[in-house]
Design a protein around this ligand. Structure first.
Ligand SMILES: CC(=O)SCCNC(=O)CCNC(=O)[C@H](O)C(C)(C)COP(=O)(O)OP(=O)(O)OC[C@H]1O[C@@H](n2cnc3c(N)ncnc32)[C@H](O)[C@@H]1OP(=O)(O)O
Ligand SMILES: O=C([O-])CC(=O)C(=O)O
Length: 382
């Protein structure tokens, strides 16, 4: 038993957590016992952060104080903005720019906590990281567009302020509410690859900046958060080629390729977040009259359902519908994964803080399959 190999750690329990639970058989996600559907429709991202970091939903007074403290941390040091400019000028990808700039933030953090020993300091640092990531991302996008960064507005919500910094205009209520819902949906998801990465780093008692920076790296890959960008690129490719979306899927499958936004390690049915985002997309498409992305995504899902793939557990995941929703907000495609990171940072921080409270170094092992008893030959004799 001890030597049983679990490739990709599938199904392996490595920790206890009160934070979130994913029931992959029925398609249910809860944060601290609250159903994601209720939170997405009824709670702001700030409330969800409070829930994850402090263990219960806030009262109105607690939320006001928490949101004000978070908003007060949005400003980013000029040196970081200069680095963001340099990265944008060098043509860096947004996820890589975010990874670099997030790591740099620690130089300006007033809490001189280099280890995760002090849980309170970890949460204070986490609050600063969470507040500053939107400022970094919006500045990066503005500079890339040849515009000056827009200073954060502490009177706006986390979601509203990001859209404001991105465009220079206060968002309308529908856009703010839509984006806030997307943030809530992406905030936490058990021990997904990026959260596990942050936890492994945290388990060495490294600081939370290291954990979040590592989490950003892990999230960027196409098997994880990077899939939301890939889905949108597919939809654009279909659109540009005037190809039938179903034909695109057939060609991709014939070529042995995977369909981005489908399949999941835990969900064997449609991801509940995809259900909520699809509904949101439907509402937005109906009210604007532009149903193109909805038509394409629906055609792909229907075809793969008819082909029996969905029944086999390769069903739409959160990344399948999020991009189409972001597109209605005018957000550029390569910002979709960074936006995921902006939300998930809250989950990474919660998991690092929770794990470090009762820490044990995470250190699995590999079955050794290399040669044995190799005879060493000095370099000048090889
Ligand atoms: C926020 C998130 O991270 S959600 C996930 C985002 N990622 C994606 O959408 C990328 C596309 N999906 C995938 O690559 C996978 O479904 C993963 C990586 C998410 C999960 O993969 P795993 O649990 O490791 O499953 P694994 O890779 O072993 O695949 C199992 C089988 O399903 C097939 N499969 C899985 N996903 C897909 C897909 N999107 N399209 C076609 N076939 C798929 C595999 O080819 C494999 O088939 P086989 O047994 O005949 O070889
Ligand atoms: O749980 C996973 O493996 C991937 C995922 O959906 C997420 O991180 O939101």
């Amino acid at each position: 038993m001890a030597d049983e190999l679990k490739r990709g750690l599938e199904g392996v329990l490595v920790a206890e957590s009160d934070l979130s639970y994913v029931d992959g058989e029925v398609g249910k996600l809860v944060y601290r016992g609250y159903d994601i559907e209720d939170l997405a429709r009824g709670a702001s991202y700030e409330e969800v952060l409070y829930l994850l970091w402090h263990g219960s939903l806030p009262t109105a007074a607690e939320l006001d104080a928490f949101a004000a403290d978070l908003a007060a941390e949005r400003e980013v040091d000029d040196d970081v903005i200069e680095t963001v400019r340099a990265l944008a000028d060098a043509g860096e990808r947004p996820m890589a720019a975010l990874r670099t700039a997030t790591s740099m933030l620690s130089a300006y953090d007033p809490d001189d906590d280099e280890s995760g020993d002090d849980g309170e300091a970890t949460l204070r640092q986490g609050r600063r990281i969470t507040a500053k990531i939107p400022t970094i991302l919006a500045a990066f996008e503005r500079v890339r567009q040849g515009e000056e960064p827009v200073a954060p507005d502490p009177d706006l919500s986390h979601a509203g302020n990001f859209l404001y910094m991105l465009t220079g205009t206060e968002p309308d209520a529908v856009s703010e509410e839509t984006f806030d819902m997307a943030l809530t949906l992406h905030a936490d998801h058990g021990l997904n690859a990026s959260t596990f990465t942050a936890m492994v780093i945290g388990s060495t008692m490294a600081d939370v900046y290291s954990g979040v920076t590592g989490g950003i790296g892990a999230l960027s890959g196409p098997l994880h958060g990077g899939a939301n960008q890939d889905v949108m690129e597919v939809l654009h490719e279909i659109d540009a080629s005037s190809k039938d979306p179903v034909q695109w899927v057939k060609d991709t499958r014939d070529g042995g390729g995977r369909i981005p936004g489908f399949g999941h390690r835990v969900y064997k049915v449609k991801d509940p977040r995809a259900v909520i985002l699809e509904e949101k997309l439907r509402d937005l498409a109906e009210s604007s009259g532009d149903t193109k992305w909805l038509d394409y995504t629906t055609a792909i899902e229907e075809y793969l359902t008819d082909q029996g793939l969905v029944e086999k557990g390769i069903a739409p995941n959160v990344d399948f519908y999020s991009g189409s929703v972001y597109d209605t907000l005018g957000i550029p495609v390569d910002m979709y994964t960074p936006i995921f990171a902006m939300s998930r940072a809250g989950g990474w921080i919660a998991h690092v803080a929770e794990y470090q409270e009762d820490n044990r170094l995470i250190r699995p092992r590999a079955r050794y399959t290399g040669p044995e008893d190799a005879e060493f030959v000095p370099i000048d004799e090889r």
